[in-house]
Design a protein around this ligand. Structure first.
Ligand code: HMG
Ligand code: MG
Length: 299
């Protein structure tokens, strides 16, 4: 009997944004651009390259405009932002792909962007319509879709109703996140199966953090639920500074290695990906912990 698996999976690299945003070492802008370029050399076609957020809240991302100007090619270079000011900055830099973000949990949203979930949604709806009129690719990142560090377990119906509001607003993609790495594979399978059934016209992406070592199992469970797009971070870097207990994202190299071993293609060259991680590691405040990165060269 054969497992029902796709031939191909899309990897959306979030290392230069989610990976770096939480690191206390200020990574110099030219090193960030070298990192992004090395990731592209490895075959990454979609990437969150930076975020337009308050430099007071997230100092690491204060060079967003310089990053956008330096990375000027035709692949999907996504900039993340939660509000009008960030979208205006993105438009002034001629960005072609924008990710907005909102937490299902109101308490998390307040801590992350100082607004209720409803206020964020109401601010973003007309902005999304405007971006779509300009033919810009829009993704909505749905944080705390499983658990919140402040409110605990999140109800599936609340996730669905927030996703639904974004789908109705016209987004191209939903990136549904386990912000604090607490979901288990059963929960991942169940939520992503529901979302896949409900939103067949929208690109659905799973975003896992690996706080409790369950991220790869969650990727596998989401694959089984029909999800073929994953946000991952080279080196397993990452975490949201405003989500207590959030650690690194699932490592790109570990996900790609697993998929390739299963005969699923990603278009990514693992050796070149390792080179990208080698390039950024000396500039980070902690060592890289991903599994594939530490395998002997011959494997
Ligand atoms: P605030 O203090 O309530 O708002 O912050 P404000 O309007 O008073 O703005 C404060 C200052 O920031 C002002 O500057 C604004 O102009 C400026 P000042 O007048 O003091 O000099 N500002 C901006 N600058 C650049 N870009 C902008 C922007 N907006 C305002 N877009 C605010 C509210 C939303 C700004 C703040 O809370 C913020 O920046 N939060 C961002 C938090 C963040 O980046 N979190 C991590 C990303 S989300 C994530 O990691 C989760 C995800 O990975 C999925 C998952 O895993 O769950 C996506
Ligand atoms: Mg994240």
């Amino acid at each position: 009997m054969r497992m029902n698996l796709p031939k191909e999976v899309a990897i959306i690299e979030v290392g230069p944004r989610d990976g770096l945003q939480n690191d206390p070492s200020m990574v110099p802008t030219p090193i960030k651009t070298e990192f992004i370029t090395a990731l592209k050399r490895a075959g990454i076609k979609e990437m969150e390259i930076t975020s337009f957020v308050s430099p007071k809240w997230v100092p690491q991302m204060k060079d967003a405009s310089e990053i956008v100007r330096a990375i000027n090619d035709s692949s999907r270079n996504i900039v993340l932002t939660p509000n009008r000011k960030g979208v205006d900055l993105a438009l002034s830099e001629d960005c072609k792909a924008v990710a907005v973000f909102v937490g299902v949990s109101n308490t998390f949203n307040m801590k992350n962007i100082n607004k209720t979930t409803l206020d964020s949604l109401n601010e973003l709806k007309p902005i999304i319509a405007e971006l779509k009129e300009k033919n810009i690719f829009v993704r909505a990142c749905i944080s705390t879709s499983f658990y919140c560090p402040y409110e605990g377990k999140i109800a599936v119906d609340d996730v669905i109703s927030l996703c639904s509001a974004f789908v109705d607003s016209g987004v191209d993609e939903l990136s549904v996140a386990d912000t604090i790495g607490m979901a288990n594979p059963k929960e991942s399978f169940e939520l992503f199966s529901r979302l896949n059934e409900l939103f067949p016209q929208t690109l659905l992406t799973a975003h896992f953090h690996d706080t409790r070592g369950m991220a790869l199992a969650n990727v596998f469970a989401a694959l089984q639920a029909g999800i073929h797009r994953f946000d991952t971070s080279a080196g397993g870097l990452g975490g949201c500074p405003f989500a207590k207990g959030a650690t690194g994202n699932v490592a790109t190299e570990d996900v790609v290695f697993m998929l390739h071993q299963m005969g699923i293609s990603t278009g990514i060259d693992l050796n070149a990906l390792k080179d990208a991680v080698k390039l950024i590691e000396p500039h980070l405040s902690r060592p890289v912990e991903s599994k594939y990165y530490h395998l002997p060269e011959s494997e």
